[in-house]
Each structure stands twice: as C-alpha cells, then as structure tokens.
Design a protein around this ligand. Structure first.
Ligand code: KPL
Length: 301
C-alpha cells in the first residue's frame, strides 16, 4: 500500500492523520526538524456530549530530506507555508502523484497546480475543529464536514477516495470546489479577522458591540463576491456566516489562535485574496472595514 505522506502535523494535519490511520491507511509524517522516527499523538474530544475517551497513536515521521518516493501527499500546513513545504519534497514526487491541499484561503491551489503539472492536485475544505493543546496533544472540537474535489472540477472520483466514503466522519466528493473554497473563504473573511483583532471567541460576533461590524463585513464581502460574478456564494453568505459563528460560538478561530501565539496569520490567503485577487468590472466596490482589518493584521517588522 502506498503511504500518505503528510506535510503539516498541526491541528488539522494531525486530525487527518488520525482519520487515515483509522481507515487503515499507511502514513508517513514529514516534519521540519529531526525528532526521532516516530511521533506519538494524543487526541481527546472536547464535546461534553461525547465520552471523554483519549486516543493515542504512534506515527512514523521523517524530514523532507528522506528519500522514499511520494505518491500521495496531504498538505495541511498554514496557507503561507504550502508552496515552500511542497518545494522541500518536490524531487520525491513521482509522476501522477496525488497532492491533496487541505486548508483555509485561496490562491495557492492554482500556483501548486501550475508548479507541478505532472501531479494531480485536489482541494479539501473542512469545518472540522481541532487545536493543539501541547506539542503532542490535540483537542477535537468538532468532526465537522469535509468537501473534497479536483481543482479542475472534474467529476471522476479517484481510487484513494473510496475508503474515505466509508469513514465515520462526514466527507463528500464535490465537483464545484472553487465554489466551496470561496464559500469557506468568505466565512473566514468575516469571522477570523474580527475574532483575532478583538481577541474574542466566534460567538461574540453575534451580539453587540461586535454585531454591527460583523454585519458590515458580511455586506462588504457579499458585494465583492457579487461583483466578481459569484452571486450564488454572496447570497448564501449572511445565513452561512451566522450559522458558522453560532455553531462554533465557543471556538477560537484559527486566526485568533495564531495571533495569540505570536505566529503569522493566514490573512493574505483569506482577506488578501478577497480584496486583491478577485476580478470584476472597474471600479471594485469599496470595502473599508475589510481593508482596515487587512492592514491591521499585517505583520509588524
Ligand atoms: O475555519 C474557521 C477558522 O477558525 O479558521 C472557522 C470556520 C471560522 C471556525 O473557527
């Protein structure tokens, strides 16, 4: 069985490692630093309605310098690390290798597709919630739902996806991944920046004093989407954004977690894409609040 090599053993990468492990897939983590041949990860469900059972798995790990060829690569790094991380193992990718990009934001998918034309690039977007409570400890907040598909929106399902359909976690093959990624990007655009800047959980956006900003952000984001020709995504945004803020009301958004930890955020792949990469007829609708958030979240030198 060809192993899945996994780049990025943070919260979402670890969660997918656990899921693939449970499906009986062979795995190989690729880590930045040489830290022994195995990584022990412990998982616990945060939800009170589930029995608090702890799971521990031991996974093989290696660095990018290892030499075994890669046929199936799952990339779950932060958006700004994707290109660099894949470049570090590029010479190990076999022709027709699968590259599955699981992450927030947009823009990098196309760049990877262009940089590795010999590979088949897939995208996944997930509403699963997981965070790292320690170097080896992961807390699963929600199993969420995962959409997966080809970037060229072709419908044929690859062989590797068959066992995933029988998985205990909700996962669907999609033929409209641009639409799905954009929907997630729009939700992240209105939830992640204000929760990071005000240092609040997602649910704080649903009541004063932050509700007015949340609504303005939804209006500005929807206008941009509509202007760029994605009226279907724009129309659904108000309802979807409120649903997600509500169902994740106790959660810390990934951007808030990164900002708190003093790490770089994914603002460029989220707000940067929305504000600077979407195309439409001139002039672009103004988005003063989103533009302000974008500049507030730029790293200080
Ligand atoms: O995807 C998320 C994130 O934090 O990145 C949301 C949906 C906002 C949940 O927190």
């Amino acid at each position: 069985m060809n192993p899945w090599h996994i780049l990025g053993a943070g919260a979402i990468g670890s969660l997918f490692a656990l899921r693939l492990h449970d499906l009986g897939e062979s795995l190989q983590l690729i880590r930045r630093t040489d830290d022994g041949n195995t990584l022990t990860l412990t998982f616990q469900h945060a939800a009170n309605d589930k029995p608090q059972q702890q799971r521990t798995i031991v996974l093989p790990q290696q660095t990018a310098a290892a030499e075994d060829p890669i046929t199936h690569l799952l990339v779950a790094t932060k958006a700004f690390d994707v290109e660099h991380a894949i470049a570090s193992i590029a010479q190990r990718l076999l022709p027709k290798a699968t590259i599955l990009l699981v992450g927030n934001g947009m823009g990098y998918h196309e760049r990877i597709k262009d940089a590795y034309p010999q590979c088949v690039v897939y995208a996944a977007t997930t509403t699963a919630g997981c965070y790292c409570s320690g170097v080896r400890e992961r807390i699963i907040v929600s199993d969420g739902h995962t959409d997966i598909g080809r970037l060229d929106n072709q419908s044929d399902t690859p062989g590797w996806f068959r066992p995933w359909q029988r998985a205990a976690w909700s996962c669907r093959w999609r033929t409209d991944m641009t639409h799905r990624l954009l929907t997630k990007l729009a939700i992240n655009s209105v939830i992640n920046p204000p929760t990071a800047l005000h240092d609040v959980p997602n649910g704080a956006l649903l009541s004063p004093p932050l509700l007015a900003e949340f609504e303005q952000a939804i209006t500005e984001t929807a206008r941009r989407l509509h202007w760029a020709g994605f009226s279907d995504v724009a129309q659904l945004l108000p309802q979807r954004a409120i649903e997600v803020a509500s169902s994740t009301r106790h959660n810390t958004s990934s951007m808030r977690a990164d900002k708190r930890a003093g790490k770089p955020t994914e603002v460029d792949a989220i707000l940067g894409h929305l504000l600077n990469e979407l195309q439409g007829p001139a002039p672009a609708p103004e988005a003063p609040l989103l533009t302000h958030w974008f500049s507030q979240l730029q790293p200080v030198d």
